[in-house]
Structures are given as C-alpha cells and as structure tokens.
Design a protein around this ligand. Structure first.
Ligand SMILES: Cc1cc2nc3c(=O)[nH]c(=O)nc-3n(C[C@H](O)[C@H](O)[C@H](O)COP(=O)(O)OP(=O)(O)OC[C@H]3O[C@@H](n4cnc5c(N)ncnc54)[C@H](O)[C@@H]3O)c2cc1C
Length: 512
C-alpha cells in the first residue's frame, strides 16, 4: 500500500470510526508523532498486556531475534490467563491419540464444530487458521516450554452439532485443569520468552497509540509511576489486553450479555482487563468484530463444563415456570439462553431439583458438589441461597413463579424421567424422576470474560472500518474478535487462542 493511500484510508477510517464511537463517549483523539518526537524508550516489537497472549507474542517475536518489550498495567505477569485452568482445545494431536478413543480426528472436524457454534457470525478463515494451528502449539508447549500433557476430555453437546464431528479435544497439562492452573502455562511461556531476550515493565498502563503521518503505528504513550512515557516501536505494536470484561461503559455499548453480567453475575476476569486495547484501536479507526457473547457458566454446579460427568436430575425454568433450554449442553450455550430468558421476562431462572436428586444421584461435574447431602442443601436454605418447598406448589410460591405452570413442568419432566427420554429439549444425562421435598437454585452467571475485539485478518493485522490494514498494529487473544461466535464454544478455546494469535502476531511483527 502506498503511503498516500495508507494515509487517506487511515484518515477515512479514523473519521468514520470517530463519528460512530467518539459519539459514544468511549474514545479520544488519535495522536500523531511529530518529526522531533522525544521517545523515552525504544524497542522493535512492543507488546501491550502481559497475559497469556502477551507472553506468547513476546516469546515468538524474541525468538525471531528482535528486541521485545512488554508493558503490563498490573504488578504481575499473567492477567486472566493466570486464573484459567489452562486447558486447550486441539484436534489430531499425538496426545489425543494416546489418551482418547479419537484416533482419526482432524483440525477440519474441529473447525467445523467451531464454525457451527459460530452460528454464521464467525470469520471462518480465522476459525480454520486456529484449528489448523492448534496441534503444533500443543507440541511447542511440551517440547519447547516444558509442559506435560496428562489427559484429555470433551465439551458437552450442542443440539445442532452432529455427534460425528464432536470429539474429546480439551488438553490438560500437569497442574492444570482447575482454576489457577493457567499460571503454569503462562510462566512456562514467559520463561522461554525471557530466555529469548524479551523484557517486561510492570505497573505501566498503555494509554494511546501513536501514528506517523502515513498512519503507521510507531509507538505508544503510557503511564508509569504517575508520569507519561513515550515508547517507540520500530516494527509494530501488538495489543493483548483482552476484551471489555470489566468495563461497564464499553460492555453496555458493545456486549449486552457482558453488561448484564457485570450487574447481575460474578465477573472473574482481572480488574485490569478494561478493554483498553479495543478502545485504543477504535480511536485510530479500527473496526471491531465478534461482540455480543461472553463466557458464562454455573460456578456453583459446574454443569456443562465436562463431558465425563452427567448433570444430576434437575431442570431449569424461567420466570413463567417453564423449561426453555437443554440443561446438559455446553455451559455457555445454555447460559446464553438463561441470559435471554432473564431479559425477555425481566426475571430470574431457577434450577429445580428434589431430595431424590441429592440422595439417589449425586453426580455433579467434577470438582463441584454443592448439594451432596440433604443437610448441605438445608444449610443453604437456612443461609438464604437456596429455596425449598415441601410441595412443588410451595416451592413455586417461594420463587414467585406460577404454581400451575411449575407443577405441569414437573409432571412433564417426570414423565420423561420414567421413559428416560427428554422430548422437550433432547437432554442426554440426568433424565430421571424428581421427588420432593423440592429445591430451587437461582442461576447466577459466573462470567469468565467477554467475547469480541478488534477486527483482524489471518495475520493478526488490525483492520480499519474501511477494510484496510492499519500498518504495524496487531491484535491477538481476546483483544481480537471474530474467531469465536455468539457464545463460548467450550473450555479450551480461549487459551489455545491466546497461544495461537499471540505467537502469530509476534512472528508477523518481528518480520516487519
Ligand atoms: C476462572 C477462569 C477460568 C478459565 N479457564 C479457562 C480454561 O481453562 N481454558 C480456556 O481456554 N479459557 C479459560 N478461561 C478464559 C481465559 O482465561 C481468558 O479468555 C484468557 O486468559 C484471556 O487471555 P488474554 O491474554 O487475552 O487476556 P489476559 O490474560 O487477561 O491478559 C491481558 C493483560 O493485559 C493487561 N492490560 C490491560 N490493559 C492494559 C493496558 N492499558 N496497558 C498494559 N497492560 C494492560 C492486563 O493487566 C492483563 O495482564 C478462564 C477464565 C477464568 C476467569
């Protein structure tokens, strides 16, 4: 692209973007570097954000032999990636062959699942690139970074995805799997990045991107120790600051489900993930993609997180007392429906179960057993976190749903329980009769972050609102959008995305 065209498209892009988003009050004015710019620091590749994506980008860029600096807003490496279980999806790996019955699985099948789950809203080229790249990252993490893969499981079904393309693809490394295990992959990758010469400065919040007159991104303005610093990036800036997770204002404009969760759920992302990279990109005319959904699950029961454990006998009803979704589908699929019902009926949804659920079948997802005895359930009733009724009508009154509806739904459920076949939603596990006393748990979304970010091409270059590349600007991980659809397609998608898009961005920027 010639400098003139690039400059023109930058101005057009910035103008259009500013018209739409500055009016939203989200962004400020672009900063142009002057000829006599005084820079405080200089590097080749500048990585903004030191989470899983940032360290992956730093590792790859530094391995290519260029100078790499990571600026991190908080005081520690890792971001939300630290809090994750660190599990990662990939198809066709040697570990999948070793640990599962899926001997002939392929990245093509994997991409087909993700594309279906994307419901026509994903960038298929990005999804295929991620599925194709994933197996090599699994090997790289073992062979180069020292992780030890120990097991693999699958994500729960989705009503419209064919069984033939589903497979166990969620790779677990030693020490990973449960919340907090993500520290291990972050540290392993960051150790390797440091060995390659990458450096990081903490407590440094990047505030703005700086462009030259052609529109090329040449550096950033950051705040460190209460002072403004200007950092020059000769080869490119990679934005790795996640999505709009903890930013109420941006979520309100861009991600309705995230916005709802910030007021009605529990957002577990780190407090520093406030959509800064997305805002900075928009400020200079970047387009956005993939907004709308988020990663929601039931932190109380863990339902739908794991295809090894059946959901216990229970069903979820809306404020009218009726079921509306298949409850043993992958968590974010049924949590999207929960969100929609809460909004549509301006109410809550409840998981209904009975004493029979507790005493006859205590199978709940691994690691979660909130009501493993009647005493435990009754203690929660006492504490006000669970509702109880000796009869279903009494329970209906306690939660404020029409008793006749809830009774009809229970009778219908129990008829399915007798036959073992859920004719309403095709649930596969825990379809057993429920007898009282009855309990109701008000569903609360445990939110693991928003989906959606800056629009990128398959080389992680940021695209402006006119469809042109913004020179020397890259976005990766959850800071980039379009590679995940309107709900989260199962555990292990985000973290493999941090490694894939981070490494790609690092390599691409280093090559400038
Ligand atoms: C409890 C929990 C469990 C999870 N488990 C899994 C799992 O097992 N598998 C999976 O695939 N996904 C999982 N997820 C989701 C996954 O962890 C995240 O989607 C992913 O880690 C995001 O990675 P990231 O690199 O994009 O962002 P982060 O890891 O959050 O990194 C972003 C970094 O940018 C920094 N930053 C922000 N703004 C600025 C700024 N202006 N200047 C400088 N730095 C800045 C932040 O401080 C942060 O360190 C889980 C999430 C949670 C909360």
């Amino acid at each position: 692209m010639s400098k003139d065209i690039s400059r023109r498209s930058f101005l057009k892009g910035a103008a259009a973007s500013m018209a739409s988003v500055a009016a939203m009050g989200l962004v400020g004015a672009p900063v142009l570097a002057s000829a006599e710019e005084n820079w405080d620091l200089e590097t080749d590749v500048l990585v903004v954000g030191g989470g899983g994506t940032g360290v992956s980008a730093a590792a790859e860029a530094a391995a290519a032999g260029v100078k790499v600096l990571v600026l991190e807003k908080s005081g520690i490496v890792g971001g939300t990636s630290n809090l994750s279980g660190g599990v990662m999806q990939a198809a066709g790996t040697k570990y999948q062959k070793e640990f599962t019955k899926y001997q002939d699985d392929t990245p093509e099948n994997h991409a087909a699942v993700w594309i279906k789950e994307g419901e026509g809203l994903v960038d298929e080229e990005l999804v295929k690139d991620l599925a194709n790249g994933a197996p090599a990252h699994i090997d790289w993490l073992a062979d180069t970074c020292g992780l030890k893969w120990t097991s693999i499981y699958g994500h729960c079904h989705i009503p419209y995805v064919e069984d033939e393309i589903m497979a166990d693809r969620i790779h677990v490394y030693e020490g990973g799997g449960a919340s907090g295990g993500g520290v291990i992959y972050v540290q392993a990758v960051w150790k390797y990045a440091q060995e390659q010469g990458a450096e990081m400065q903490m407590n440094t919040e990047v505030k703005k991107l700086v462009q030259d007159e052609s529109g090329t991104v040449v550096g950033v303005i950051a705040e460190q120790d209460g002072k403004e610093i200007r950092v020059k990036a000769n080869k490119g800036v990679i934005l790795c600051t996640a999505s709009v997770d903890q930013n109420r204002e941006m979520a309100k404009r861009l991600s309705p489900q995230q916005y709802y969760d910030l007021d009605n759920g529990i957002c577990l992302s780190v407090a520093t993930d406030t959509g800064d990279g997305i805002r900075m990109g928009m400020e200079i005319g970047a387009d956005v993609a993939g907004f709308g959904g988020c990663i929601d699950f039931c932190g109380k029961t863990g339902f739908g997180t794991d295809n090894r454990t059946p959901n216990f006998p229970s069903f979820i009803v809306n404020q009218n007392g009726f079921r509306f979704v298949c409850e043993d589908t992958t968590y974010a699929y049924h949590y999207r429906a929960i969100y929609q019902q809460c909004v549509a009926l301006n109410g809550h949804t409840y998981m209904i179960f009975g004493k029979s659920s507790i005493t006859e079948s205590q199978a709940v997802a691994s690691g979660y057993a909130p009501w493993s005895s009647e005493e435990a359930a009754d203690a929660e009733v006492e504490a006000g976190t669970l509702f109880k009724g000796e009869t279903i009508e009494e329970l209906a009154e306690a939660i404020g749903v029409p008793a006749a509806n809830l009774k009809a739904q229970l009778d219908l459920w129990n008829s399915y329980g007798e036959s073992g076949e859920d004719l309403q939603f095709g649930r596969l596990t825990g379809v057993e009769p429920i007898t009282g006393p009855f309990y109701a748990y008000q569903n609360i979304a445990y939110n693991l972050g928003a989906l959606g970010g800056l629009k990128i091409n398959v080389d992680t270059e940021v695209i402006d609102v006119n469809g042109n590349v913004i020179p020397h600007l890259y976005a990766a991980g959850l800071n980039a959008g379009g590679w995940i659809g309107p709900y989260y397609p199962g555990s292990g998608t985000a973290i493999i995305g941090t490694v894939h898009w981070g490494r790609k961005a690092g390599a691409k920027a280093a090559a400038n």
